[in-house]
Design a protein around this ligand. Sequence first.
Ligand code: HXC
Length: 257
Amino acid sequence: MSYETLLVETRGRVGVITLNRPQALNALNSTVMRELDAAFKVLDADKDIGAIVLTGSERAFAAGADIKEMQALDFVDSYLGDFLGGWERVAGARKPLIAAVSGFALGGGCELAMMCDIIIASETAKFGQPEITLGVIPGMGGSQRLTRAVGKAKAMDLVLTGRMMDAAEAERSGLVSRVVAPEKLMEEALAAAEKIAAFSLPAVMMAKEAVNRSLEVTLAEGLRFERRLFQSLFATEDQKEGMAAFVGKRKAEFKHK
Ligand code: HXC
């Protein structure tokens, strides 16, 4: 499959998607959304892929939704065409997604990074929700996912002032899992993805589901959900293998990966 706005490759059990609209700092237009949806679907369905890394360029992960494409929209077009609705499908990938962020991750770019499960940032990364400066508000999850990630105080600050925060502040705030030197970004993201991809895929996917569930349901519901998933994993050969390997003091060789 060939893409106009993405580079897609596989490295062993890891899928790597690179946003590739350098002339627009990887601004997210409808082609990017459609292609990302398609690429995630292909990688999600590929049994030889265990994790996916999403990245941009050194200068920009993505500088937001494409303002030039958006500016002429009116409400009725936007509503009837379900403008931005397709991002829900992108966020619905079931395998772990790691965002490797360098440079600008603004507006929809920050929101796209937050649709991923782990954000690894270069020291050069800058995160922000500058929609307010354009007379609008975040529309791909910024007011919701950012608030859950960093709390109300920081989210309000970013969403209402439109200011950017650097990688160190993003890590302190809990938005970012790790900050690394720019030249180490892909190495670190790929190593994390390879590590995940070597584990039992059913366990990995259930772990992702369980953590995400915590953001949506009460503690009691979440605990019940987690326990049921935990119990169900005892039906897998990989649980037998993982525990036998520990007891036998050897490395586990998971079958479902
Ligand atoms: C379309 C964009 C763009 C964007 C940058 N470009 N961001 N085009 N949509 N979001 C284009 C510029 O127009 C320019 O093209 C080229 O990329 C390089 O950008 P410059 O501005 O010349 O670079 P620089 O001076 O380094 O400034 C970088 C920047 C700035 C600070 C990131 O580009 C910027 O502020 N961009 C917009 C950021 C933003 O507001 N994002 C939120 C979008 S709204 P030309 O052809 O002119 O050289 C959003 C909503 C999400 O994301 C969901 C709800 C809809």
